[in-house]
Design a protein around this ligand. Structure first.
Ligand SMILES: [Zn+2]
Length: 268
């Protein structure tokens, strides 16, 4: 049943949203990702399409990912592994290592380093002069996601440049009606909430742009798999949490859909 809802939802998106054009795909961009994995989850397929269209794409990672499994591994070791995973995922998406910036702010503490991060983003924007900038959706729950959004917004103002912003949702999906804490679907609630959100069109009115990434899905999944600490149980530790545990896999299903969606607008 959820498959039918998904395809109905995707059809609604296509009616309401504008597809990213071929011209847009070829424009230069910086992808700002709060943690290693958000980039592939939220816009992996889009990055692949941009690279194929000949765009210059730069990847900028704000934090070092040191806290995701701090109870199981030394945090510096985890930070080193996760930053390398981001480099590997970028390579699969088509972005070479020399086009990846690792800013290295401590995971979960970006709020304490917003001024420094903004300054670094300013330098990157001035150097690369991108036409497009990808950032997490403003309404995201984890604070690193919001402070990534804020640092980049402040930097754009400081640079006084004109760019197109693409906000990509990650944890927004967690609140999607299909995902409950227990991962169970209670049919009546599912229908009630899904229909409500369809009629309310909260998601559809928030996002205004989409890209079909069906043909890029295998490559996107390959990029995601580079984030081995997030996608598989490290050293077969059965207690090691992975992304597929969230909502018993339903959270990840949101990123395996044939479209990626954005809130697109111009700044400057
Ligand atoms: Zn994140």
């Amino acid at each position: 049943m959820s498959k039918i809802i998904c395809s109905l939802y995707d059809s609604l998106h296509k009616m309401r949203l504008n597809q990213v054009s071929q011209e847009e795909l070829s424009e230069s961009a910086i992808i700002f990702t709060p943690h290693p994995d958000d980039e592939s989850l939220g816009c992996g397929g889009t990055i692949i399409k941009k690279i194929n269209a000949g765009a210059n794409v730069h990847m900028a990672l704000l934090t070092d990912g040191r806290t995701s499994h701090a109870q199981f591994m030394d945090s510096q070791k985890l930070a080193d592994i996760r930053q390398q995973e981001l480099v590997n995922a970028s390579k699969v998406l088509g972005i070479p290592e020399e086009s990846v910036s690792l800013m290295g702010y401590p995971d979960g503490q970006l709020h304490d380093f917003v001024d420094e991060a903004t300054e670094q983003v300013v330098m990157l924007i001035r150097k690369l002069q991108p036409k497009q900038i990808f950032i997490p959706y403003k309404g995201e729950m984890p604070s690193d996601h919001y402070y990534t959004w804020l640092a980049v917004q402040d930097a754009i103002k400081a640079c006084d440049v004109s760019v197109t912003i693409y906000e990509y949702p990650i944890w927004f999906w967690y609140h999607w009606p299909r995902i409950t804490n227990s991962g169970q679907i209670r049919k009546k609630i599912l229908w009630k909430n899904t229909i409500k959100s369809m009629l309310g069109l909260s998601l559809i009115t928030t996002f205004n742009s989409y890209l079909n990434i069906e043909s890029q899905m295998a490559q996107k999944k390959n990029a995601l798999d580079q984030h081995a600490t997030q996608m598989s149980r490290y050293e077969n530790n059965p207690k090691w949490p992975i992304l597929n545990d969230v909502g018993k896999g339903r959270f990840m299903d949101c990123f395996y859909r044939p479209i990626e969606i954005f809130k697109k607008y111009k700044l400057g």
